[in-house]
Design a protein around this ligand. Structure first.
Ligand code: SAM
Length: 288
């Protein structure tokens, strides 16, 4: 694992990565405008210190997590506790009202809540989840947050075949080894990583079939490994689809270029974790 990561990160970045696992992270919350307005939610936060990052996201001290998660406003779906890097994945899809949007691996629903807010609950949002238990959590969360969406218990590998050329925008927040969240001690075996990489390639292929020509797709994972990131995108570039990779707007977070011989992939980014957010890999592409 260390040798794999040394091919991607400098010594200083690796030290910073390891340090970021040791300290509790500050807490980001996403305001749910489908259920409450800014004044109402800010009134709930009046006794806490926070930094407003943008229209949707507020950053709180790590020690306030318990207070936030016990708030009535949280339980009623006025805000969602979500890592800022996760929000950035959904944000970069740039989903708009009245578009046809697919969230391919949706549970527990954080990014679906983001997408529905950006779409102002107008248009068609489809949320798919293959795991039954997680599907029920997704259903419960989307209801609590007033998200208007069609929710499907399905294997997304079949979407491309079932709904070819249907969607304007697709978010593929792929199942992954979650290394950036759980740390190196919980690293998966090489065999498990290869299996995940194959699943990610199949999911991306299915997504690209379901995407309209001119449509846009965001691929994201919360892991650092090439096999689950660059290798998945390189596989798509070698397939029948013609793809153009697009610039990301990461709102000033620290990130580095993806590492690949395909120069198109230089627009994909690895977010470097710190005390305010997790590490993530994000790429955005348009299907020509
Ligand atoms: C990284 S999590 C998604 C997190 C979610 N996007 C959010 O922000 O709340 C990946 C999800 O994909 C689901 N999944 C795994 N394989 C799948 C498949 N073949 N089709 C659909 N969902 C799948 C997992 O059960 C898991 O819930």
């Amino acid at each position: 694992m260390e040798s794999k990561l040394a091919q991607i990160y400098s010594q200083d970045e690796l030290i910073a990565l390891k340090e970021s696992f040791e300290k509790p992270k500050n807490i980001c919350v996403f305001l749910n405008f489908l259920k409450a307005d800014e004044d109402l939610i800010e009134a709930e936060f009046k006794d806490l210190k926070y930094q407003k990052l943008n229209h949707f996201c507020y950053l709180f001290k790590a020690e306030d997590k318990g207070i936030l998660s016990r708030m009535k406003a949280f339980n009623e779906g006025h805000f969602y506790i979500q890592n800022y890097a996760s929000y950035l994945c959904a944000k970069n899809l740039n989903a708009k009202a009245n578009e046809s949007v697919l969230d391919m691996c949706a549970a527990p629903g954080g990014k679906s809540i983001n997408l529905a807010n950006f779409m102002q609950n107008q248009g068609y949002l489809a949320c798919v989840e293959a795991n039954k238990e997680r599907f029920f959590t997704l259903q419960k969360n989307l209801k609590n947050y007033n998200v208007k969406a069609k929710i499907f218990l399905k294997d997304s590998k079949s979407i491309g075949h079932l709904c070819p050329l249907k969607f304007d925008k697709i978010l593929l927040d792929a199942p992954c080894s979650t290394l950036a969240k759980t740390g190196f001690e919980n690293a998966k075996s090489l065999k498990e990583i290869k299996k995940l990489s194959l699943l990610q390639k199949k999911l991306l292929h299915s997504a690209l079939k379901a995407l309209k020509h001119g449509g846009e797709l965001v691929y994201s994972t919360c892991t650092f490994l090439r096999e689950e990131n660059e290798e998945v995108l390189e596989n798509a570039l070698n397939s029948e689809f013609e793809l153009e990779f697009l610039e990301l707007d990461l709102e000033g977070v620290r990130a580095k270029e993806a590492k690949s011989d395909f120069k198109e992939l230089s627009k994909a980014r690895r977010i470097l974790p710190c005390e305010n957010y997790d590490g993530f890999f994000i790429a955005k592409m348009r299907k020509i």
